[in-house]
Write a new protein. Sequence first.
Length: 332
Amino acid sequence: MELLSRLPDWLAPLAVPLGYLADAGQRLHWLYLLSALAGAVAVYLLAAPGPRSLRGLLGHCFPAAVWRHRSARLDLLYFLVHRITWTALALPVLAAIALWTANDLRWLAGTWLGLPPLPAAWQAAAPLASALALLLAVDLALFGAHWLMHRVPWLWEFHKVHHAAPVLTPLTAYRFHPVEETLTGVLVSLASGGTYGLLAALWPAQLEPARLLGTAAGTAVFYLAFYNLRHSHVWLPYPRWLSHLLVSPAMHQLHHSSEARHRGRNLGFAFSLWDWLAGSLYVPRGRERFRLGLGGEETAYDSLAALYLRPFGQLRRRQPRAPTGDGEAQKS
Ligand SMILES: [Zn+2]
Ligand SMILES: [Zn+2]
């Protein structure tokens, strides 16, 4: 972005968060936000009760109860602070892990495993097939990390930071504790690097997974398909058959529910297929009403310091009971 390159030095850190709006690899790219807005408008026109009006449309898309909520302001503050520190400290390490894994697996596949390269005639399928393989591999790694976050009591303490939001905004998608981001980042780096390495062994000649908007095609399509509505108040379910394959915005909102019937359900990121196989799929049969958050505990996560530090305090509190497991812990 031309504008960003002209920021005065003292404003330079802002370039990191602002850059997300122009980076198609990020969920906040302006086109993904625009597609979410289009989805919200379509939901208003097709499903909202009562007469339509411009005032009604604005109230539907930007309700004051959400956007003026303390949690929405905290989402923004956490995003600004955390993106700057995280980008500087962790991303280079995670990128290095992905690269090492890709190179090692490519070498292993080509030597130890004796994996033969595919015939040249198959090369035409390489861009689409490799884009799909990468999307599936990364999605499975994300599902695995999320599953662990809900099943392992000490990891759940860190994942609560994400579930503590009592209202959902697109920035809630970035409200993750650094411990969770590290674990997820390592798993995703291993999965993407490993898959890329194997693909490079199969299609050695110029492996180039399909790209869209300058990023992985699968990622761009997924984010364009109303991704940002999943962290919003807009209820958008998919047809029942499609909900067994892909996670709809409504299904992820149910994942944030504090109701017992929804706990630990819909752990998938792009594909709900994994939830279906693991028995954690929950497809709503109609509009459901539920409270978001942690059943009251979310009020304790109401500051930047609490988001970073409370999980450690909770772990200390748990410690004496740790050897026998912990009762209140996991939300299946
Ligand atoms: Zn979760
Ligand atoms: Zn979420």
